[in-house]
Design a protein around this ligand. Structure first.
Ligand code: HEM
Ligand SMILES: *[C@@H]1O[C@H](CO)[C@@H](O)[C@H](O)[C@H]1NC(C)=O
Ligand SMILES: *[C@@H]1O[C@H](CO)[C@@H](O)[C@H](O)[C@H]1NC(C)=O
Length: 494
C-alpha cells in the first residue's frame, strides 16, 4: 500500500470512529430522542434527503422509524411528525407547547426575529392579534374584503379577455390579481397591471419565492454558515428582500404624511395609529421596524401562496375537462352568467367547494408547514424532545393519508363529497396547518381562491394547448412549496 492509500484508509477510519462515537453518544446520552437514521457529522442526513422530493423521502423514513422520528437537516436536529395522529397531538392537543416558531436560517436572516412569521413570545402574540383583528375588521371604513376581491376578479376577467383566445402563461395575471388584493388591504390601493412599480414589486416576490424553493434555497436551510460565505443565487434572495422592504418603507412614509387616525384606510394606517397610542411605552411592539416587517410578512405569505394555488388549480382543470364542465354547470345553476359570485353562494355549490378543497389537498402547497419548535424539554409519547429542537409537522402526510382519502395521489373531488353529493368536511384538510400558528390568512385565502376560480370559470372555458392526457400535474419543484410545471392555456369566452 502506498502512502496515499494509507492516508485514505486512516482518514476513513477516523471518520468512521467519529461517526460511531457521535451517534453512540446521542443514543445513550439522551436515549429518549425519537428514533431516526444514522446521521453524518456536518451534513447530517442531507445525502439521504432528496431535495427534489422531500416529502416522499420523509414518508419512507416514517415507514422505518414510525410517525415521530429524528432527522438531521445539515447539522440541525429536526423532529418530524408524520400522519394525522402525531400532527394533531402536537399542534392541537398540545397547542401551547408546540406554538413556537422554529429555526429557519433564511427567514431569521431577513426578518431578524421581527414581524409575525419568524417571531416568538410576546411580540408574536401582539402582532398576530393585531393582524388578525385588522384583517377581520376590514369591512370597517372602506369596502369589505369580499367586494375588493370581486372587483379584482373583474379586472382579471378583462385581462383574460384581452388574450383573445391565444395561448398564454397565467402566472403573471394571477400574481397581479392576488397581489393587488393584499395591496388594497395593506396599502389601501390597487395598481394597474401595467404599473411599472407594481411589476417590479411582483417580480421581486416571484423571485424570492422561486429562489427559496430552489436547490440553493434548500442548501441554505441545511448549511447556513457555509452558504453565507459562498457566492450563488441565494445571495439574490436577501438583496430582493431588502428591495421589497425599501418599497414598503416608502409607502409607510406616504401614509405617515397623510394619516387621519379617526378613519384608518388600511392596515398601515391602523398600525401607525397604534404606534401613536403607544409612543410613550418603551416596551411596545408597535414600532416602525415591526410595521415594515409585518407588512412584508403579509406580502410574502399572502401572494405567492394563493396565486400559485390558483395557477396549479387551473392546470388541474385543464387536465380534467369533465370536472371543469361540472363546476361550470353548478355556477350556471346557482349564480348564472351575469351576477358576481359571492361567498354566500358557496354553500349552494358543494361540487365546486369540493373541487377547491381537492385542489388544496392534492397540491399540499406547503408540504412541511413552517418549522415549529419546543421552548422546553417536552415529553411526547414515549420520547423526550429536547428544548429548542426544530419540529416539522408534515402536512402533506395528513393531506395524502390513504385511510381518509382513498388513492390520495389521484385528483378526485369525491374526496370531499358524500354519496348523496353534499359537501363532506374532513379534519385531515390542513393545507393551512393547525393550532396556534395556523395560517393567519386562511379566511382571506379561501375567499380569494373560491371567488377568483368561480369568476374565471363563469366567464371562460379553459383549454389546454396539448392533449389533456399529456398534462403532468406533478410538481416541478417540491421544497418549501410545491410548484407546478410551467404551462400555457387558452381562455375561450363562454
Ligand atoms: C393558499 C394560500 C395559503 C396557504 C396554503 C398558506 C399556508 C400557510 C402555512 C402552512 C403556514 C404555516 C403554519 C405553521 O407554522 O404551522 C402559514 C403561515 C402564515 N400565513 Fe399563510 N397560507 C396561505 C395564504 C396566506 C395569506 C393570503 C396570508 C396573508 C394575509 C397569509 C399569511 C400567513 C402568515 C402571516 C403566517 C404566519 C403565521 C404565524 O407564524 O403565526 N397566508 N400559511
Ligand atoms: C348567489 O349570489 C348572488 C349575488 O351574487 C345572490 O343574488 C344569490 O341570491 C346567491 N344565490 C344563492 C343561492 O345563494
Ligand atoms: C347526505 O349524506 C350525509 C352523510 O352521508 C348526511 O349527513 C346528510 O344528512 C345527507 N344529506 C341529505 C340531503 O340527504
Amino acid at each position: 500500500m502506498d502512502a496515499q492509500g494509507a492516508t485514505t484508509v486512516f482518514l476513513a477510519l477516523c471518520i468512521f470512529c467519529f461517526l460511531f462515537f457521535t451517534n453512540w453518544r446521542k443514543r445513550s446520552g439522551n436515549g429518549k430522542l425519537p428514533p431516526g437514521p444514522v446521521s453524518f457529522p456536518i451534513v447530517g442526513n442531507a445525502l439521504q434527503l432528496k431535495t427534489k422530493d422531500l416529502s416522499r423521502t420523509l414518508r419512507k423514513l416514517s415507514e422505518t422509524y414510525g410517525p415521530v422520528f429524528t432527522v438531521h437537516f445539515g447539522s440541525e436536529r429536526v423532529v418530524a411528525l408524520h400522519g394525522y395522529e402525531a400532527v394533531k397531538e402536537a399542534l392541537i392537543d398540545r397547542a401551547d407547547e408546540f406554538a413556537a416558531r422554529g429555526h429557519m436560517p433564511i427567514g431569521d436572516k431577513f426578518n431578524k426575529g421581527l414581524g409575525i412569521i419568524f417571531s416568538n413570545g410576546e411580540r408574536w402574540k401582539q402582532l398576530r392579534r393585531f393582524a388578525l383583528t385588522t384583517l377581520r375588521n376590514f369591512g370597517m371604513g372602506k369596502r369589505s374584503i369580499e367586494i375588493q376581491i370581486q372587483e379584482e376578479a373583474q379586472y382579471l376577467v378583462k385581462k383574460l379577455s384581452s388574450t383573445q383566445k391565444m395561448p398564454f402563461d397565467p402566472t403573471f395575471l394571477l400574481s397581479c390579481a392576488v397581489s393587488n388584493i393584499i395591496c388594497s388591504i395593506v396599502f389601501g390601493k390597487r395598481h394597474n397591471y401595467e404599473d411599472r412599480k407594481f411589476l417590479t414589486l411582483m417580480g421581486l416576490m416571484n423571485s424570492i419565492a422561486h429562489d427559496m424553493s430552489s436547490h440553493w434555497g434548500q442548501l441554505y436551510q441545511l448549511f447556513p454558515s457555509l452558504m453565507d460565505v459562498l457566492p450563488g443565487p441565494h445571495k439574490k434572495i436577501l438583496k430582493n428582500v431588502d428591495e421589497l422592504k425599501e418599497f414598503i418603507s416608502e409607502e409607510v412614509k406616504k401614509h405617515q404624511d397623510s394619516l387621519d387616525p379617526s378613519s384608518p384606510q388600511d392596515i398601515i394606517d391602523c398600525f401607525l395609529t397604534k404606534m401613536e397610542q403607544d409612543k410613550h411605552n418603551g416596551e411596545s411592539e408597535f414600532h416602525l421596524e415591526n410595521l415594515i416587517t409585518t407588512t412584508f410578512d403579509l406580502f410574502i405569505a399572502g401572494t405567492e401562496t394563493t396565486s400559485t394555488t390558483l395557477r396549479y388549480g387551473l392546470l388541474i382543470l385543464l387536465k380534467y375537462p369533465e370536472i371543469q364542465e361540472k363546476v361550470q354547470k353548478e355556477i350556471d345553476l346557482v349564480i348564472g352568467r351575469t351576477q358576481s359570485a359571492c361567498m354566500a353562494n358557496r354553500s349552494q355549490m358543494p361540487y365546486t367547494d369540493a373541487v377547491v378543497h381537492e385542489i388544496q389537498r392534492f397540491i399540499a402547497f406547503v408540504p412541511l408547514a413552517l418549522p415549529h419548535s419546543v421552548s422546553q424539554d417536552t415529553p411526547f409519547r414515549q420520547y423526550v424532545i429536547p428544548q429548542g429542537t426544530t419540529i416539522y409537522p408534515i402536512l402533506s402526510s395528513v393531506l395524502h393519508d390513504s385511510k381518509e382519502f382513498p388513492n390520495p395521489e389521484q385528483f378526485n373531488p369525491e374526496h370531499f363529497l358524500n354519496e348523496n353529493g353534499t359537501f363532506r368536511t374532513s379534519n385531515f384538510f390542513v393545507p393551512f396547518s393547525a393550532g396556534k400558528r395556523i395560517c393567519l390568512g386562511e379566511g382571506l385565502a379561501r375567499m380569494e381562491i373560491f371567488l377568483v376560480l368561480v369568476t374565471i370559470l363563469q366567464n371562460f372555458t379553459l383549454k389546454p394547448v396539448i392533449d389533456p392526457k399529456e398534462i403532468d400535474i406533478s410538481p416541478q419543484m417540491s421544497g418549501l412549496n410545491n410548484i407546478p410545471k410551467p404551462y400555457q392555456l387558452c381562455a375561450l369566452p363562454r
